[in-house]
Design a protein around this ligand. Structure first.
Ligand code: RET
Length: 249
């Protein structure tokens, strides 16, 4: 669609956020250069890509390319910001990878988290693209089911790994995980009240809401994570019998 069909708040928010994400990627790059451990290099690469990808997708939406129009069953027009879902399909797995690597999780747990997350975003996109309101909420519920399992994994499983690397890592992990959980929880709620759901919140405000959440969940979270990595000793297990260490626990 043509971007001149957006209201001014939506249009400018998309442009400003594209630029802010670009700046965010540079900030994380500069922060990452101070970190020389192998673990830190891994986190820097993952963390820098996250706002860099978002900058691209916000640019696509600002240009109108990342947005399409569908007709709902009742005849009303509905915008689908597919650029958001394309962004999230790549960046949210990377964010969970960042958190899970920080906790020192095993591949099985990392794979589970990433798979659930892609499932959550793809079914969220189905919600946004459905013509029948009932189907939109049905897909929303399916996506939220995956989200609940993600929350279960990061609250019940990841701490066991983080704990086996000592109390400093465990407590930094707890802070990062809580920041992530609070921010992520707001997305399905904003979806329901915004133009994709009940339309209680107009498009401009919704766009600002997602922009603030996205910048915080990507740049602020990435910065906090890199700071924690820089201040902690490289991951080394404190106990050889700690949970998450043995093959069969
Ligand atoms: C949707 C709608 C369907 C139900 C659920 C959702 C969850 C989305 C989430 C998005 C997180 C995005 C982040 C972006 C970072 O920049 C798709 C909104 C559960 C959790 C963290």
């Amino acid at each position: 669609m043509s971007p001149d069909q957006f209201d001014a708040l939506t249009y400018w928010t998309l442009w400003i956020t594209a630029a802010a994400m670009g700046v965010g990627a540079v900030v994380l790059y500069v922060k990452g250069r101070d970190i020389s451990t192998e673990e830190g290099r891994e986190h820097a690469v993952v963390s820098i890509f996250i706002p860099a990808i978002a900058a691209t997708m916000y640019l696509a939406m600002a240009l109108g390319f990342g947005v399409s129009r569908i007709t709902l069953a009742g005849g009303q027009e509905q915008l689908v910001f597919w650029g958001r879902y394309a962004d999230w399909a790549v960046t949210t797995p990377l964010l969970l990878l960042d958190l899970a690597l920080f906790a020192g999780a095993d591949r099985e747990t990392i794979g589970t988290l990433l798979g659930l997350d892609v499932f959550m975003i793809v079914t969220g996109f189905f919600a946004a693209s459905s013509a029948q309101p009932a189907n939109r909420y049905l897909w929303w519920a399916v996506s939220s089911g995956a989200f609940v399992v993600i929350l279960y994994v990061i609250f019940a499983k990841l701490p066991t790994f983080a704990n086996s690397y000592g109390t400093d890592r465990a407590s930094s992990f707890g802070n990062l995980r809580n920041l992530l959980a609070v921010l992520w929880f707001a997305y399905p709620l904003l979806w329901v009240v915004g133009t994709e759901g009940a339309s209680v919140v107009p498009l401009g405000i919704e766009t600002v809401g997602y922009a603030v959440l996205d910048i915080t969940a990507k740049v602020v979270f990435g910065y906090a994570l890199l700071s924690s990595v820089a201040s902690l000793a490289p991951r080394r297990r404190e106990t050889e019998t700690g949970a998450g260490v043995t093959a069969d626990d």
